[in-house]
Write a protein that binds this ligand. Sequence first.
Ligand code: DGJ
Length: 743
Amino acid sequence: MKAFFSRLRERIGRLTFTALFPLYCTMTFWAVYPAWSGVIRVDQNPTRWTISTGHSTYQVILAADKNLVSGYFGPLSGERLFEAPDYNEPRETGTVLREIPYRGGFVEMTPALEVVFPDKNRELELEYTGYEISENEGYPVLRLDMKDIFYPFQVSQYIRVIPDLDLYEKWLVLKNTGKEDILVEEAASGSLLLPPGSYDLLHLSGDWGREFFPRRTMLTSGLKSIFIRGLKSQQHAPFFMVRPAGETDENFGPVWFGAIAWNGNWRIDCEVNRMERTQVSAGINFWDTHWVLAGKSEFRTPKLIFGLSIEGSNGASRNMHRYLLDQVMPRPFSGQVSKVLYNSWYATTFQVDEEGQVALARIARDLGVELFVMDDGWFRGRKDDEAGLGDWTPDPVKFPRGLGPLIEKVNELGMDFGLWVEPEMVNPNSDLYRAHPDWALHTPHRTAHEGRNQLILNFAREDVKRYTLEWLDKLLTENKIRFIKWDMNRHASETGWPEENPLKQREMRIRYAQNLDEILRTLRARHPEVVFESCSSGGGRVNPDILSLTDQVWTSDNTDPGDRLQIQYGFSYAFPAKAMVNWVTDDEWHNKTTSLKFKFHVAMAGNLGVGGDLNKWTAQDKATAREMISLYKSIRHIIQLGDQYRLRDPFSGNRMAVQFVTRDKSESAVFAFQTLETLPMAAKSSSESDRLVLHGLDPNSMYVLEGDTDNEETTGAALMAGGISVPLSGNYASKVIVLKEKK
Ligand code: DGJ
């Protein structure tokens, strides 16, 4: 029977449930696909789709009333799974836990879908119509189709499965098959129903200068939402981890996790309903927003990425990291180590000119820097933050000969040249604004609030999109620029678009995000040699969407090494070290002085950069920098492309430690830090054990230990059972230990 279906599948290319329904309505079979045999199984009586990854199972069931019901999403389960869901219960009882929760009938869950039909009917009534299993870039995709029982409206839910990472992508495609507009008031990317039980939520929150702080809260009856409203925000990153209440182990136990890939306003809702069932739904934040689904058109939601790790939150993070590195971040750079960069911002702020930048570049090169980036201040009229944004040609006073001579000198020194831009913004004091005041977001009769003296360009407008693409394309075509730092420094206010009809005005936030993506995608296609860094006053816009279009992100404007230990630790929950740019600067935020070596060690636990005023660095400073950069170059492949294990948490003790291991387990780097004083952002306890138990090594291999350690060689088994002693004494102490498998 299996072979029969296999042959059938080969002949017709893919299975369509509707077409084949009569053939298999009484039997159970496996949808056999050579590449992912057994990943998606389709059973009958009742009809259910069971997706199995290495360690997780996801099941959807067709209920008797033709609704799709969330069956199970949890640790890998055997043949006849699970607590029996109410898949045969009629919807009148109101207990049906819908796979695509919608507004209509009994609404027991946070709706993922809310629409208004042309006759103003606000209720949906969906029924299942068919499914399809296909392939997308080497992974299986299950599509489940539903349609309204009366109106010309169809919904398809897609689930793409990445079995080796226990990870899934989910999104919806809405179709208006009629002629008249249907108004979409809510379209989340997906909803997840957790097995019965109580759960804790971990999410990453903060503000400017203290991004990515892990916050834990118990989910109790009701709704906990995290979201942004201002197009960007440091308040939250679009990421969640949910685990059984009270269980906090980093390395063991189930953790459900996920993220939203969206560069606009997003929302993650965790609802515990009256049946004590926990639902997580996530997608675009439709606050003050809607989408007009015109006749014969489609709307595709962004992807909800989600997964289940049985290796605690460390395991969940590692799966996210591998997913982002292998599947999301742009190639070819995602598979290569990043260059050590120098950024001029903290050294010069807006006072940039050719001579000053070349002087910095010479020193940077001598230290081992490979990429020299000129930050803000280079364009017309940019003396400070009050003018210039929008006028993207070199300032004739600072760069009378243009950027060419500076770029040439940087290249002659053997470095690539990079440049800062902030394309989404305009200063009212700029020629661009004087020519096109209507290009900025604005609302009539309302104060135009400025943030850092700037307004936001309405990227939803096609003319603004064209203009932005044109000047950036020209800049990259005419200059040998190999790196762009794309900044975005304010939240949205007065988000009006009075030139458009009121219906389209409320689409602005979605169109803005779509056009931003299109601009970046087009630029990357036209200039594949350029590396992009995303910045938003630090880490104000970090998510899988921006990471699919840029190669790295500026983590935080706070470069204080003590604070940074916490920020970087939080960042690592969701995002890989390669994406996390850290500069060594002269900045200290809390009236203290830490050694340059400590600063380097902190910054080396990610994507290393230098941002201090090198003119002021002593010969000793430069020697330290040379030594550290050279060490970093020898281990950056382990940090940037390897797996990461958080060993010590800087929030609950004096120590922070993190370990990186190459995927073949042959090399590892361990970073250990001690900060004795009570940092302003966390309560510290007394001293801790010196012993670090390592992870991810080959137990049968012998490892040679180098760097800040007296140990010489030990087996992987011993390192993972007893660990190594890493004594640290004093405040702001650090050590880096490198392990290499003995051949
Ligand atoms: C904010 C960024 O976070 C900084 O790194 C710097 O680029 C400034 N903008 C420049 O205005």
